[in-house]
Design a binder for this molecule. Structure first.
Ligand SMILES: Nc1ncnc2c1ncn2[C@@H]1O[C@H](COP(=O)(O)OP(=O)(O)OP(=O)(O)O)[C@@H](O)[C@H]1O
Length: 511
């Protein structure tokens, strides 16, 4: 029981919301008390985002009702939710890179005060809550963690009674997570309630007082997270026993992907240029590349996928120079790639899953003949991905944007892995994916490697890399350390590799 918890702040009572073919929330009831940190847990597509969008006034329930501090609560739009005292930090930030912090905060306010006064208030809130942020800095120059602080401070300026956070730590370094948790604990001590969505179960155990667990739209359990193990929580979410991925010892073959002295200027505004990157990945090998977001991960993926071309010799597939080839030619040569940003980059939001399957599968699955699209073949490829990767959706006709974040992720990764690739490049394979689905994606990657593919996994999740990678390297400010075997690497050495070129020398000492 939570000693600080006060009176009931918000009660959700029998709320139901259906979309075509799916009941996203079915008769959901639970309540949040003042000063309570309440976790919302559930697999991908369980209905967490739908529920918080209703609380924030973005969508309306079909039936059921909500009670806010003893009174009926039915916000017709977010401004009404904000007036009541609800604030929300979204999974994806909506900030303007070419404006400074204070200007961005002003844009989100109904009646912004004069700039000078606003900057002073931002500074005050940032000091009070231990969230370092300079109101005069350009947002384009900020790290993901700092951008999140802009969103949080924007919320705190409204003095909310309830702060909703949707997967806040997926973009943060371990140090930034600590800073965020300090802030959240302070808010809680002041009586603010927090509704917290995350797939990171250890974080939930350390932060949250109560948890409501959703499965396929229904509340299946409530519990006090610190009284359960992470595994027990995961099993409550899926309603089944979990098995960790298994690595089959495969023989390493010849080099399938070679990169030598790759340097390129970032095409992304405020991006990171790549500087002299060299590595080789053999058949059957998984190379894990660690690093905090924004250190060249997106650029490396663009260079490997062929979306940016280089001199031919910089990148080789099976010793053939491919640096000057575009994505379609590289696919023909055996390479598939899955970028981090799912909607817009990896998937076209308004197109159906069938059309999205065609976008990347056409070449390797032979889905076009004499200029005509084989729709039946494409549809059955899309269906195979949905079945093979347990994508929860009513069917192949559904638009990509209607999938929950985690289910779209499963679809995008499945689409690439099911093309019998020889070289696989994936950025953040399990971003926003629940524990069970993450385990099955990692297993699928290991299975492709066991079948002889050379795999590059770029991830900010160190545990994930240590679980699946054979060799390990780190990106820092566009430079990459020399890959080293994962076996025998200590956490200190990994920290030094992630720390950059200087640390790399130390880490290599005695290697
Ligand atoms: N706009 C929409 N149109 C149609 N279906 C939708 C829409 N939004 C959500 N859904 C469906 O509702 C269900 C619940 O989705 P929701 O986004 O709430 O899940 P979630 O628990 O937040 O998942 P994740 O952890 O993957 O983000 C899913 O099956 C999803 O496909």
């Amino acid at each position: 029981m939570n000693a600080n918890a006060g009176a009931e702040l918000l009660r959700i009572d029998g709320v139901t919301k259906a979309y075509p073919g799916v009941i996203a929330n079915s008769d959901v009831s639970f309540s949040i008390r003042e000063g309570e940190v309440h976790a919302l847990l559930g697999e991908n597509g369980a209905g967490k985002s739908t529920l918080v969008k209703m609380i924030y006034g973005l969508i309306k329930p079909d039936s059921g009702h909500m009670v806010w501090r003893g009174e009926a609560y039915a916000p017709a739009k977010p401004s009404m939710a904000r007036t009541a005292g609800v604030a929300m930090v979204f999974q994806h930030f909506s900030l303007f890179e070419a404006l400074d912090v204070a200007e961005n905060v002003a844009l989100g306010m109904e009646n912004p005060p004069p700039m000078r006064e606003l900057a002073a208030r931002i500074r005050a809130v940032s000091e009070e809550y231990g969230l370092p942020l300079d109101p005069g800095r350009m947002v384009g120059d900020l790290s993901a963690g700092e951008r999140q602080r802009v969103e949080i401070i924007r919320c705190l300026l409204q003095s909310p009674k309830l702060l909703i956070m949707d997967e806040p730590t997926s973009v943060l370094t371990p140090q930034e997570v600590e800073i965020l948790f300090e802030t959240l604990r302070k808010l809680k001590a002041e009586g603010t309630s927090i509704l917290y969505i995350s797939h990171k179960l250890e974080e939930i155990r350390s932060l949250c007082d109560e948890a409501t667990i959703l499965r396929r739209g229904k509340v299946v359990a409530t519990c006090t997270p610190r009284e359960k193990t992470a595994r027990e929580l995961a099993e409550m979410m899926v309603g089944a026993t979990l098995t960790p991925p298994e690595r089959r010892a495969g023989e390493k073959g010849e080099v399938a992907l070679g990169v030598s002295d790759l340097s390129l200027a970032s095409p992304i505004p405020f991006g990171t240029s790549l500087k002299g990157i060299s590595f080789a990945v053999s058949k059957g090998e998984v190379l894990g590349i660690a690093g905090v977001a924004g250190n060249g991960q997106d650029e490396l993926l663009l260079a490997l996928s062929g979306e940016i071309t280089t001199e031919p010799d910089r990148i080789r597939i099976h010793s053939h120079p491919v640096g000057d080839l575009g994505p379609v030619e590289r696919r023909k040569a055996g390479l598939v790639a899955a970028p981090e940003e799912r909607l817009g980059h990896a998937a076209a939001p308004n197109m159906s899953l069938t059309e999205n399957a065609l976008l990347s599968g056409a070449v390797r699955k032979g889905l076009t003949r004499n200029g005509f699209i084989d729709w039946a073949g494409t549809e059955s490829f899309a269906r195979a991905i949905i079945e093979g990767f347990d994508v929860r959706t009513p069917g192949t006709h559904v638009a990509a944007r209607a999938l929950s974040g985690g289910n779209l992720q499963k679809f995008v990764i499945g689409r690439e892995l099911m093309q019998d690739p020889e070289v696989i490049v994936i950025n953040q394979p399990t971003w926003g994916v629940d524990a069970a689905a993450a385990a099955s994606i990692r297993q699928a990657i290991l299975d492709r490697a066991a079948a002889g593919a050379a795999v590059v996994v770029i991830s900010q999740d160190l545990d994930e890399l240590l679980e699946i990678a054979d060799t390990f390297a780190a990106l820092n400010e566009g430079r990459m350390t020399r890959p080293r075997p994962v076996e025998g690497l200590s956490i200190e050495e990994i920290g030094l590799m992630m720390g950059g070129a200087h640390g790399m020398e130390v880490a290599h000492h005695g290697a």
